[in-house]
Design a protein around this ligand. Sequence first.
Ligand code: ADP
Length: 621
Amino acid sequence: MEKNQNKNIQEFEFKAEMKQLLNLIVHSLYTHPEVFLRELVSNSSDALNKVRFRRLIDNDILEPESELKISITLNKDEQSISIEDTGIGMTKEELIEQIGTVASSGTLQFLQKIKEEKTTLDASLIGQFGVGFYSVFMVAEQVTIETRSIEKDSKAYRWISKGDGFFTIEEIEKSSRGTNIYLKLKDEHKQFCDEKTIKSILNKYSNFVDFPIYVNSQKVNTVTALWHRRKEDIKEEELTEFYKFITNDYEEPLGHLHLSLEGILNFKALLFIPQSAPSFIFRDFDEKSLLLYSKKVFIQDDCKELLPDYLKFIKGVVDTEDLPLNVSREVTQYSPVMAKINSILTSKILSFLEDWFQTQKDKYIKFFKNFGSIFKLGLNSDFTNRDKLIDLMLFGTSKTQPDEYISLKEYVSRMKENQNDIYYVLGNSRDVIQKNPNIEYFLKNDFEVIYLTDPVDVFTIPQIREYDKKKLVSADKSDIKFDETVSNKPDALSPDLSKSLIDVFKRILGDKVEDVRESVRLVESPVTLVVGSSGMDKQLEKMMQYMDKEFKMPRRILEVNMSHPVIKNLAKRLIADENDEIITISVLQLFEGALLLEGYLNEPADFISRMNEIIFNATKV
Ligand code: ADP
């Protein structure tokens, strides 16, 4: 919204959501308010990188020769700080559009939620939302931006706001290219015009900005790209701060990998694995933290070609000497150099993870818990590294504690002597799986069953098929080869009686089932439904059902436990009177109960009325 005040100054109102966000920023208490400086320096550094990049293509710009730098001026009398860059600058439209949009629809709610939980906000959080610029309103009572864009004939503008929901824009005279941001500091934040304070903040947050930074005309940083230094010369804190700088993460990374390759391919890489996975609303920003440099010049900040999708949680920098400098997005997309870097990085990262797996299991488990769902997708796409990937998979099983995990190698090493296959079962959670009747046999006879609870397992695990010549077999399937010696049930019904009872089940259930069979696997439960030999995994079916409402559950095989008291009672009834009404009711009830357990009982009315009838008879006095 815009209203004319005088000829030159136009007043604008922030969008409603932006206003709320500003209000929250202005009126909160913070830990780490100094983060505003990092945000501004980082914006300046981005703007300078854009000039560096543009200069590779043409020199037909405003002040093509000017030094690329950031100048910070502190003024105690005015209680002010200004940050000026010779970067790409902004046009009027950019001033209105870029400075004033909320990055994600969830941002505001998220911040409000944190605000409700805590009295002080962690300022480092703000940078993560793509609204870093607004952090200035933590410390400034008024902010003035003066900016002139890179094009030769551009005009310059002044933007002013108190963070109260309005801003003004006017055209001004400014001969130099770039942006100057002037902050009139709040009284409680006047420490930010102190030189020593500012220098130490820069030292902490912005040491590796690869443009010179001046404070009151004195250069304060040494500009060497961190990844070009020798491993031994880089301090842990520098790595952490660099990581935070490129990712906006407020936690330190879980680990890093520094590579330097020379030979047929020349590149350096400094890669990080984050401590935790981004929460849902951070996902869009997430992809902007793998930076591609070519001969120390920044090219791209979301370079998807550098790593396969299943490693996209990796952050960092790759700097190559093998790409032309004026490389465009299209070139990086199809360049064979990129494909080679991608494959080398992938194999280095996998070896790095293998090393964690062998020597720092806790770290590896932490990594896997956070990123396992993405990482597993490698099984469906990276066939070159298939074996490595399979060995890096972790699983909970019927024999592990809830927070304990084993690999397939460990599983196989502790398989029972009479066990030929690797058993797994899919389900929403450990609790649900533990109640699945289909694994009763395995639990009773001490066979370990892998519990797959991650939704992506449905797609990834069947990809493994075999490990160490042992088949991966779903415990929900009908065609499992049970060891008859261990499953022998001395108290079961006789074969003849079992057969007659099965015929009765078949007659009553008709085409509701694919087949009815005597069960070997059941211990506690009277019946269960299993998947026929050609059927798909139950979880995969659920997924199909979710995606396609018309999807019908394929028919199942009903297995009957011939040593279960309920089944034995039915057999007795059958001998006494083969037309006994209670047999029909019980068979239907058992079948629908099994359906219910699987979440497939779509019309429960009959089930309930039969149950009521049973209760009625049982409660008769
Ligand atoms: P982000 O940097 O995460 O995009 P910000 O709120 O910090 O979010 O900045 C918003 C946008 O404003 C930037 O993306 C950029 O387009 C523009 N901007 C901010 N500072 C500068 C600057 N010093 N020079 C040029 N453009 C800038």
